[in-house]
Design a protein around this ligand. Structure first.
Ligand SMILES: [Zn+2]
Ligand SMILES: [Zn+2]
Length: 71
């Protein structure tokens, strides 16, 4: 019984670690064609000051990555 409990604890711990990794890997979504999107595709980070500030918070810059408007 003790072994079973230990196994469950280990499994729960492993699950938490995986969840944390997934959170970290979650990239902000950039609007297609934006300065950030172009930089991201080159494997770089956008150098715009507003974008750098947003990236610090793991967000996409709202000024440069506006949701696509319906025409
Ligand atoms: Zn940008
Ligand atoms: Zn920006």
């Amino acid at each position: 019984m003790k072994t079973l409990l230990a196994l469950i604890a280990v499994a729960a711990l492993a699950g938490n670690i995986i969840a944390a990794d997934e959170k970290k890997a979650d990239k902000p979504k950039f609007t297609a064609g934006s300065c950030c999107d172009k930089a991201d595709k080159k494997g770089e980070k956008c150098a715009h000051k507003c974008c750098v500030e947003a990236a610090k918070e793991n967000k996409a810059c709202e000024k440069c990555n506006k949701p696509e408007k319906k025409k």
